[in-house]
Ligand binder design. Structure first.
Ligand code: HEC
Length: 349
């Protein structure tokens, strides 16, 4: 289902998809968080229901620790509703008897009296780190619709974490980096899939044999296109090969090369702001350090679906970006971008 959706996205020329999930593999526009009144920045996905609106409004304060692991409440609307409709946490219509509200207020019994654990929610709110007031949370619980009032996409694997499949790695990388099939092959002929075709010069194409019916290993200029795909653990129905989502040396080696080649390609693509939103390639640390750090933070959010802490941004700036910039700004940004593609959060689902 998810993969079919991903394929449809890419094959439709990467029109942005609105899946309503906040996840590392989510294709489409940047992860979006609502501003006041539920209007979304960047013209991104609109929430699909009131509960989804609340989920997105709280994401900035809560999703950082609850996207994966044993309590991935923010990973999708379904996961969030598993929390919302658990009577242990929420009594519908009765915020005063809802543990969730006590967590916001810092008055919950047990070893975690408040969420987020490090800082009182009202303090976070006061300094602008959250947008939904506790009174709004209470109002929402008072008016909470019955469970199932809104049909959400089933997500049976919601409490497990696994590595992305090869297809997901290819499609979400393309989407996040602002690349399309056209960057790799000429798709102007309607029969391009069944004809021999040339991979545009040295572009490190990765594509499954199954997605190119009729041709087998005829990628004229780049015979390793299919080989790389198989190294990533991609399946090949024609060869009876199943999916392999283990993280072995072949997959990692291919991913390292892919991350570098594709990030560089994204930086070289004219007019592509997927990687550089807040700086230009010509900007250097001597005069634009603040913008560079801001861009590192934005890219972290875009690719890992999690806001970066200041310490993380600083570490990426000094240890990853600056050493690369000594060679060229392109090398600096390639290093930052490629490091995200090899991050466990990027690789997992
Ligand atoms: C800095 C990380 C962090 C942030 C941010 C965070 N949480 Fe948690 N949350 C935790 C940890 C750690 C636990 C306990 C883990 C466990 O029991 O598995 C937890 C547990 C919970 C629980 C279960 C509590 C219980 O007693 O059973 C709920 C509900 C929860 N968080 C909601 C939230 C909400 C709502 C927010 C945003 C306001 C939030 N969390 C933000 C780390 C975080």
């Amino acid at each position: 289902m998810r993969r079919a959706a991903l394929q449809a996205v890419v094959l439709a020329g990467l029109a942005s998809a609105c899946t309503g999930t906040i996840g590392a593999a989510t294709p489409g526009p940047d992860p979006v968080f609502p501003t006041d009144g539920g209007v979304l920045e960047d013209g991104g996905c609109a929430p699909v229901s009131r509960n989804d609106e609340v989920r997105l409004a709280l994401a900035g304060a809560c999703a950082g620790c609850h996207l994966a692991g044993s309590r991935p409440y923010w990973a999708s609307l379904t996961a969030f509703e598993a929390l919302v409709y658990d009577p242990k946490y929420v009594t519908r219509g009765d915020p005063d008897n809802s543990l969730l509200v006590k967590l916001f207020k810092g008055t919950a019994p047990g070893s975690f009296p408040q969420m987020p654990p490090g800082e009182r929610y009202d303090a976070l709110l006061a300094r602008g780190g959250a947008s939904m007031s506790i009174a709004d949370v209470e109002r929402w619980i008072r008016e909470l619709p019955p469970q199932g009032a809104v049909v959400a996409e089933p997500m049976p694997e919601r409490f497990t974490v696994r590595r992305l499949t090869a297809e997901e790695m290819i499609l979400s990388a393309m989407s996040q980096l602002g690349l399309t099939l056209e960057d790799f092959v000429d798709t102007s002929s309607p029969d391009w899939r069944t004809e021999e075709y040339t991979v545009r010069g040295g572009r490190f194409f990765i594509w499954p044999k199954d997605w190119a019916p009729g041709i087998s290993r005829q990628y004229v200029s780049d015979a390793r296109t299919v080989e790389r795909y198989e190294a990533l653990g991609g399946m090949a129905a024609l060869d009876n090969r199943g999916k392999d989502v283990s993280i072995g040396p072949a997959a990692m080696q291919t991913l390292v090369q892919q991350s570098q080649a594709w990030c560089r390609r994204a930086l070289e693509k004219p007019g592509n702001t997927a990687v550089l939103r807040h700086v230009a390639l010509a900007d250097r640390s001597a005069t634009k350090a603040a913008e560079i750090k801001r861009n590192i933070g934005a890219l972290h959010l875009r690719m890992l679906s999690e806001p970066a802490t200041d310490a993380t941004i600083e570490a990426l700036y000094t240890r990853v970006y600056l050493p690369g910039e000594a060679q060229s700004t392109k090398a600096g940004w390639t290093a930052v971008c490629a490091s995200f593609m090899r991050h466990p959060l990027w690789l997992s689902f």
